[in-house]
Design a protein around this ligand. Structure first.
Ligand SMILES: [Zn+2]
Length: 65
């Protein structure tokens, strides 16, 4: 089983989390945002809560060990 670590795209130093859920909680508390992060094509994806907003993939890091 691979351990995936997701980087917060809003922390300057890229605070990392082991799960999407943990990162969503962090972003909701630390960064006031109007979108959600979910998995798309097995990659973390940001989608804004706006009608015509486009999403974007965020950085994903898989440790070697
Ligand atoms: Zn953050």
């Amino acid at each position: 089983m691979r351990l995936k670590i997701f980087c917060c795209p809003y922390c300057v130093r890229g605070k990392r989390f082991g799960t999407i859920a943990a990162m969503n909680i962090h972003i909701g508390k630390q960064h006031i945002v109007d979108y959600k992060i979910f998995m798309k094509n097995n990659k973390p994806y940001i989608k804004r809560n706006l009608p015509r907003a486009s999403g974007a993939y965020i950085k994903e890091v898989t440790p070697m060990n």
